[in-house]
Design a protein around this ligand. Structure first.
Ligand code: GLU
Length: 384
């Protein structure tokens, strides 16, 4: 496998950008840093003009909302954080719209919880929504759905949420814009010998030891959550940078080689997704396909309802199923875009008939090729 080299932002295919609270909101006053956001809007417009898909994971709802609610300057209880987020999110979304739309970048808001990223069906729905937005040239602006998340199931920090989003949409690049410019060998505020680590290929115990405790202030993430994000990102085949976001046009500066730390994955996002599917232990059912479909799969195509002759088992949309020939030979496994009940109704039918049969228009494919691992690949990734 060829080792990934430091990515050029301009040649990313799909970029997730995480913006910390301290960048969005002024530390002292909690007001939104509009000029800075607008400069980022310029940078994003430049990437969009090169047809790079961009998603933003923006913190700042609590930082912005707490001041409005008179909750500044004290440690907040969970319900107060949730109230602050509910108030702040509306302003945050508005600020992003004001910052990006003048640069010709349309945005859409997505609020996610931990369960949405971890549970297969919700994961697939969120992924499909984002795919559709990307296809329409819209930039999703994402935050944690702080109102419904309880302490136990909160991400609490958007570093890990951003990494999950990057993994969910098979992004190749994740940039955490922060108030630090990278990972240092020791805490640079207290140790004059601390040096920046420019490239990390694996988050080892030694790397973890370099991260101190979370910094106090608005943001809940410190270097520790950033390293957890890095671990998620690189396991999803996504390169991740920690870079200083404070100056205006922080993304352009990063493209021009500003200091930062890059975490580089060993494989590409699609290969990592397929490995994740191949490693799924719970196979909930079987789709039996005809010879034409078997040939199409072998040629790298998706599995369409038309090629399915039988459905075994009881499964939901998003569950992993095996794909077999009528003689029982295993062809591969994948994530079904339809439940077993719906699959039985549309098997053997043309994709354009799906809507009239089911009453809604789902995906054209029963298993999209990105969600399908052929048997040779299954064996290969189990062995590796
Ligand atoms: N979801 C929180 C907010 O928007 C931010 C969490 C974090 O600090 O990363 O205020």
């Amino acid at each position: 496998m060829t080792e990934r080299t430091i990515p050029e932002l301009g040649s990313a295919r799909r970029l997730v950008l995480k913006i910390g609270s301290a960048l969005v909101a002024d530390d002292r006053t909690g007001s939104i840093r509009e000029e800075w956001l607008s400069s980022l809007g310029q940078d994003i417009a430049r990437l969009r003009s090169r047809d790079i898909d961009v998603a933003i994971v923006s913190s700042g709802a609590i930082a912005v909302g707490r001041r409005d609610l008179g909750l500044s300057g004290c440690e907040l209880a969970l319900d107060q954080k949730q109230a602050a987020a509910a108030r702040g999110q509306i302003r945050l979304a508005h600020a992003w719209q004001e910052a990006l739309e003048p640069h010709g970048v349309a945005i859409a808001q997505i609020l996610l919880t931990l369960a949405d990223t971890e549970e297969r069906r919700r994961h697939l729905n969120a992924r499909a929504t984002m795919e559709t937005l990307f296809g329409l040239g819209v930039v999703p602006v994402i935050n944690e759905n702080d109102t419904v998340a309880t302490e136990e199931i909160r991400y609490g920090d958007n570093d890990r949420l951003a990494a999950r989003v990057a993994q969910m949409v098979s992004a190749d690049t994740l940039v955490l814009l922060s108030d630090v410019d990278g990972l240092y060998t020791a805490d640079p505020r207290t140790d004059p010998d601390a040096t920046l680590v420019p490239v990390v290929r694996e988050v080892t115990a030694e790397i973890e030891n370099m991260a101190g405790a979370a910094l106090p202030g608005y943001s809940s993430g410190g270097m520790i959550t950033k390293l957890e994000a890095a671990r998620i990102a690189i396991s999803g085949g996504c390169a991740m940078a920690i870079a200083d976001g404070k100056p205006a046009n922080a993304l352009s500066r990063l493209s021009q080689g500003a200091r930062c730390t890059w975490f580089l994955p060993a494989m590409a996002p699609l290969a990592a997704r397929k490995r994740w599917i191949a490693a799924t232990i719970a196979i909930a059912g079987t789709l039996i396909v005809d010879d034409g479909a078997a040939r199409a799969l072998g040629a790298g195509k998706s599995l369409l309802p038309a090629g399915i002759t039988g459905v075994d088992g009881d499964f939901e949309r998003g569950d992993a199923v095996s794909v077999r020939t009528a003689r029982g030979a295993l062809l591969g496994r994948g994530l079904s875009a339809y439940s077993s009940a719906d699959a039985r109704r549309i098997m053997g039918r043309k994709s354009r008939e799906i809507e009239s049969i089911l009453g809604y228009r789902g995906r054209d494919e029963m298993i999209h090729r990105d969600d399908l691992v052929l048997d040779a690949q299954t064996t290969e990734s189990r062995d590796s």
